[in-house]
Design a protein around this ligand. Structure first.
Ligand code: CDV
Length: 320
């Protein structure tokens, strides 16, 4: 008798975090991550997605001129003394994870480069993938009159790893980070490599500090809209984890969720604190989308897409 195909169902948890105070230590943050992982595992999860910059408060809201202070928000190795217990717990439980953190790289000459980074870790505690955020929002200089600052362009370099995918957890896994989720280019780069699950974290203020006239309810709509479209148009699961709630005076949205390749939200966090939501994800579910309506090989017309990679800004025919 032919053997039955191995299961392609991966039980996944999205682990949302409430605020992390400026005074909170790495050890305290890691304790929270471990308890979210244990809760996820208790609900059957074999893979947990944690937020962007999950080890510290969202420090790019402040001007930090002191280099030593700035460097204190970054990890120079992974795992390290503070995060090792999370990797060990993952191995003990047989539960992989996705983690966002600030990464400081030193080259041989001692030159420092700073990235907003995420890693994939498998169920043995081994790092199987790394991504460095490409679409950095906000500004490099402070903006007068803004309710708060968003200085990612000041502190991070544009990621230098492209949009890779990884064979991990029995599927093709991709990653992106926060603002990346709003860009269709992100999703198509991952979709073209056959992504079956995209893990991402976000820190999204309720009020966009540079578009304060926008009604607040649109924030959550655009959050989910971008990811639901990315899921459907590429036939992939999306697991998206927020850092939510009022962190150091800035209100961040929650809405952490798991989205099926159909574009439907199948699990959703309801609070703005530490919370887990779980779904059974059949990693083959997107195959029919990839083979039909979004069969790239059959239907894409790259001869007409040149502007996407040859031009950055919009150019109207009237020159305005
Ligand atoms: N951390 C982020 O990338 N946040 C942006 C905000 C600033 C718009 C986001 O796209 O959610």
């Amino acid at each position: 008798m032919p053997s039955a195909p191995s299961s392609r169902v991966l039980t996944v948890a999205v682990a949302q975090m409430g605020p992390i105070a400026r005074s909170e230590t790495r050890t305290q943050a890691v304790e929270r991550l471990i308890s979210l992982m244990e809760e996820s595992h208790g609900l059957g999860a074999k893979f947990v997605v944690f937020p962007e910059l999950a080890l510290t408060t969202f420090f790019p809201r402040w001007v930090i001129d002191d280099e030593e202070e700035l460097d204190s928000y970054f990890e120079t190795s992974m795992p390290n003394n503070e995060t090792q217990p999370l990797f060990e717990r993952a191995r003990e439980l047989g539960c992989g994870f996705h983690l966002g953190y600030a990464e400081l790289v030193r080259d041989d000459a001692g030159k420092k480069t700073y990235f907003n980074t995420a890693i994939l870790v498998d169920d043995t505690g081994a790092i199987t993938g790394k991504y460095r955020k490409i679409h950095l929002p906000g500004t490099a200089k402070t903006v007068a009159g803004a309710p708060h600052q968003h200085l990612e362009k000041r502190y991070f370099e544009v990621g230098d790893l492209g949009f890779p995918v990884f064979q991990s957890q029995g599927g093709v896994m991709g990653m992106c980070i926060c603002n990346d989720r709003r860009w269709p280019e992100t999703w198509r780069m991952l979709g073209l490599q056959g992504a079956e699950l995209v893990a991402l974290g976000y820190n999204t203020p309720h009020v966009n500090p540079f578009a304060t006239a926008e009604p607040v309810f649109l924030g959550m709509f655009h959050n989910h809209l971008s990811m639901q479209a990315g899921a459907y148009q590429n036939g992939t699961w999306v697991v998206a984890s927020a850092k939510a709630g009022v962190e150091e005076g800035v209100h961040h949205m929650g809405g952490s969720c798991i989205i099926a390749p159909t574009g439907e939200i199948v699990a959703l966090c309801h609070t703005e604190g530490d919370e887990v939501a779980v779904a059974q994800c059949d990693l083959s579910m997107g195959d029919y989308i990839k083979q039909n309506i979004f069969n790239f090989e059959a239907h894409r017309r790259i001869e007409h897409y040149g502007l996407i990679t040859s031009q950055t800004g919009m150019k109207r025919p009237d020159g305005v």
